[in-house]
Design a protein around this ligand. Structure first.
Ligand SMILES: [Zn+2]
Length: 335
């Protein structure tokens, strides 16, 4: 497994020491490392070092089990991901790609759901004997991707796993899970990391720490935006460019991300109207505004657009009209 996220050390130790449940549900906002924490739990539960076995310490990273885990070949471990996320997640974790059959011509897009077939395969693993005898662990991410049939197929195993089987589910949308799944897991909240730890990690990743604020304190999201080409300078100039009606400010962005950015602008402008500091932008980056009403109307419009953002008929026109609406709202909010 790849480099750790330093802010996970404390929650990991805490979970290992305090939780006796065979099924943990790691939850929290996206982009703070739920999957990584679930993987660290799995590695620790499987680790064969005396400290891990007897004192519930984190996986040592060095024993035979930890090395198999890092290589992605541990016989007592299963990672369940939706097809659409499989390659990206494995790469992010530093695991080798799954060997999959050549994609068939005309095959549908990879699914964003975890389907019942995958769960059935998992049940086979659940019933088999542990190969190394320490434990068997299943990580499921994101747990809300389990569709209803798949979730139901999992229920019984989740409730009374055979012997040494343990689960770590990770989600950033616990409300999207079946209540019957939630109730069978002990929940483990992963909050936003401390700012200094997150900024230090971003700096080490070659990402401007200023992007942490843009991403609402979620370091992995900040890194994702950085990789997509966002720079702090461009971000901080965005509100004033919207005030000038410059849709070009968002020209390089896919519609969902552009709309998300405009929603953050709108959110912070509303805060500014109420005399509060910006959440995603420095207050100095926000144009002056005092009237809430026009901004609320713009907010509505952005929310409607966000619902259809995956399939806009004409992305360029959509973004342009949203920026123009923002410009108009700001003109009214300022007067
Ligand atoms: Zn170990």
């Amino acid at each position: 497994m790849k480099a750790l996220l330093p802010w996970l050390d404390a929650p990991l130790l805490d979970a290992l020491q305090r939780s006796h449940s065979h099924a943990l549900l790691v939850q929290g906002p996206a982009g703070v490392g739920q999957l990584e924490l679930a993987m660290l739990l799995a590695r620790s539960w499987l680790c064969e070092s005396p400290a891990a076995v007897h004192q519930r310490q984190p996986g040592c990273g060095d024993c035979a089990s930890c090395r198999l885990f890092a290589a992605g070949t541990h016989p007592d471990f299963q990672l369940l991901l939706p097809e659409a996320l499989d390659a990206a997640c494995r790469e992010a974790l530093g695991l080798p790609a799954e060997e999959t059959a050549e994609p068939k011509a005309g095959k549908a897009k990879p699914s964003r759901e975890i389907k019942v077939d995958a769960v059935r395969q998992l049940l086979g693993f659940a019933q088999a004997t542990s190969a190394r005898g320490r434990a068997k662990v299943v990580v499921i991410f994101p747990a809300e991707a389990l569709n209803a049939v798949a979730a139901n197929a999992l229920l019984k195993t989740l409730e009374e796993p055979s012997g040494v089987l343990r689960f770590a589910l990770a989600t950033h949308d616990p409300a999207g899970l079946l209540p019957t799944i939630r109730s069978r897991c002990q929940s483990l909240s992963l909050p936003l990391p401390p700012t200094d730890a997150a900024e230090a990690w971003l700096a080490g990743e070659g990402v401007e720490p200023a992007l942490l604020k843009a991403a609402g304190g979620r370091p992995q999201l900040a890194r994702e935006w950085h990789e997509a080409g966002l720079r702090a300078q461009a971000w901080s100039s965005l509100p004033k460019r919207v005030a000038r009606g410059e849709a070009a400010a968002l020209a390089d962005w896919a519609p969902p991300r552009a709309i998300d950015a405009l929603q953050r602008v709108c959110h912070d402008l509303l805060r500014r109207c109420h005399g509060q500091p910006g959440q995603y932008f420095d207050t100095a980056a926000l144009p002056a505004c005092s009237r809430v009403q026009p901004l609320l109307a713009w907010e509505q419009q952005l929310r409607r657009a966000a619902r259809h953002a995956e399939h806009p008929l004409n992305a360029g026109l959509l973004i342009e009209s949203l920026v123009t609406a923002g410009q108009a709202a700001l003109a009214q909010a300022h007067s």
